[in-house]
Design a protein around this ligand. Structure first.
Ligand code: C5P
Length: 222
C-alpha cells in the first residue's frame, strides 16, 4: 500500500496536535507529536536542575534519556525512561522553559534523527516547528497552521492541567507570544513556513474543517 508523510508546522496553540491526530486517524496513519519530545527532555532537565545555559551538561544528560511515543486510544502517551510523563510535560514550568532547551543544536540533532527514523516507512503525520523544513523536507504534504495569538492562547488555556489554573488568559497569551518569538528567532531550525507548504489560517476554522482540508491534500498525492 502506497503511503505518504504529512508535515504540520506552526506556532504554539494553532491546533496542530488536535488536527494531526484526527488526520492520522482518518488515514490510519501514525501521529507523531515532536513537541512532546522537546517537552519530555525539558521535564527531565528541570527535574535534574540542569539549566539550558549549561549546554555541556544538557548534552551529556541527553545520552541517558530514553523517550518513547506510544500511540493510544486517547492520543499519544509519552514515556521518559520508563515513566509515563504525558500529563507532566504540559505543565507551565515546561511551557516556560522548553524553547530555551530547544535552541540547543546537539539536542535538536538527536531528536530530529529519532523523528526521521519514525517516518522512514511513511504513513506518518508529524507536527512540530521544523518538520517541513528540516526533519522531513521530502514530506509529500506540508502544512503551516497559524491563528491569531489571542485565539491560540484561548485554545491552550483550555488544555492546561488543573494545578496550573491560576494563570490568567492574558498571562498565557504573553507567554505564548514569548515562546513564538524564541522559536522564530533561534539560529538552528527556526519556526518558519517552508517555501512549499500550504498556509492554513485556522482562526475561524473548526477542527473538522482544517482536518478535512489536509486530508484532501493527502488524497491528491495518494
Ligand atoms: O508543539 P509544542 O508547543 O508542544 O512544542 C513545545 C516547544 O518545543 C516549542 O515551543 C518549541 O520550542 C519546541 N519544538 C521545536 N521543534 C519541534 C517541536 C517543538 O523546537 N519540531
Amino acid at each position: 500500500e502506497f503511503k505518504i508523510n504529512i508535515a504540520i508546522d506552526g506556532p504554539a496553540g494553532a491546533g496542530k496536535s488536535t488536527v494531526a491526530r484526527k488526520v492520522a486517524k482518518e488515514l490510519s496513519y501514525v501521529y507523531v507529536d515532536t513537541g512532546a519530545m522537546y517537552r519530555a527532555v525539558t521535564w527531565d532537565m528541570l527535574n535534574r536542575g540542569i539549566d539550558a545555559e549549561d549546554e555541556t551538561a544538557v548534552l551529556e544528560r541527553m545520552g541517558a534519556i530514553d523517550i518513547e511515543l506510544v500511540p493510544g486510544d486517547e492520543g499519544q502517551r509519552v514515556w521518559l525512561s520508563g515513566t509515563d510523563v504525558t500529563d507532566e510535560i504540559r505543565s507551565l514550568a515546561v511551557n516556560r522553559t522548553v524553547s530555551r532547551y530547544a535552541q540547543i543544536e546537539g539536542l535538536r540533532a538527536e531528536l530530529s534523527a529519532a523523528q526521521r527514523q519514525m517516518a522512514l516507512r511513511k504513513g506518518v503525520v508529524m507536527d512540530g516547528r521544523d518538520i517541513g523544513t528540516t526533519v522531513l523536507p521530502d514530506a509529500e504534504v506540508k502544512i503551516f497552521m497559524t491563528a491569531t495569538v489571542e485565539e491560540r492562547a484561548r485554545r491552550r488555556f483550555r488544555e492546561l492541567p488543573e494545578s496550573d489554573e491560576a494563570i490568567t488568559l492574558e498571562q498565557l497569551e504573553s507567554e505564548i507570544a514569548q515562546r513564538d518569538e524564541l522559536d522564530r528567532n533561534r539560529e538552528v531550525s527556526p519556526l518558519v513556513c517552508a517555501a512549499d507548504a500550504t498556509v492554513l489560517d485556522t482562526t475561524n476554522m473548526t477542527i473538522d474543517e482544517v482536518a478535512e482540508a489536509i486530508v484532501r491534500q493527502a488524497d491528491l498525492k495518494l
